[in-house]
Design a protein around this ligand. Sequence first.
Ligand code: ARG
Length: 248
Amino acid sequence: MKKILSAILAAAVMCTSMLALAGCGGSKKGELHMATNAAFEPYEYKEGGEIVGIDAEIAKAICDKLGYTLVIDDMDFDAIITAVTSGKADFGMAGMTVTDERKKSVDFTDSYTTAIQSIIVNDGEDKVKSADDLKTATVGVQLGTTGDIYVSKFEKDGAKIERFNKGADAVLALTQKKVDAVVIDNEPAKKFVEQNKGTKILEEPFENEDYAICLKKGSELTEQFNKALKELKDDGTVKKIIDKYIKA
Ligand code: ARG
């Protein structure tokens, strides 16, 4: 009797430790690597060595739902799509706008939020008063972003484009008057203006965009991501995460 009992006990101990190894979830499927550029508050940025923000939290919620452990890999924005197409990362999430050009190399999930391109200028400077004025200005952008793509169209009109690895570096160049304006997504633009006295956002709305997650072409994960995303939208989780970072 004693022998049987201790055998059961040993088996139970082994099971618990196996579960613990598997991450306690029971059905852990391993890691999913997310490629991002964590210099884009409120979507992804570093806080005390940790990458936080709207995208980080939505990605975590999706991975939790699907039984994966999320690992976030920080890199330059223009390296994200290559990381995904090469399989170095499982998905890319970086306040990334869906564009036809990008759709040629990756698949996108359904959109989880929208954005607008904003124009930041120095207070009291009147060189750039509207999007049209960008055509004859020196404009700072983050390399490889839609802001870069939009203003690059103005190069033929005489615009000079300065491309930076980080949005913050473009804004720094603006405060140093090395560029006349910066074109960047509206929520990060608000953060940059908050952090840089003497800058402001032009009232005029620019381009409207949809943000989505990108995955390798043909990846079976896309459908699973869409299903999880839909559930997280329907139960209010996505809205709750966005509202936590963007105060109305
Ligand atoms: N929405 C823009 C784009 O897709 C800018 C995104 C930049 N994101 C970042 N994490 N730096 O091109």
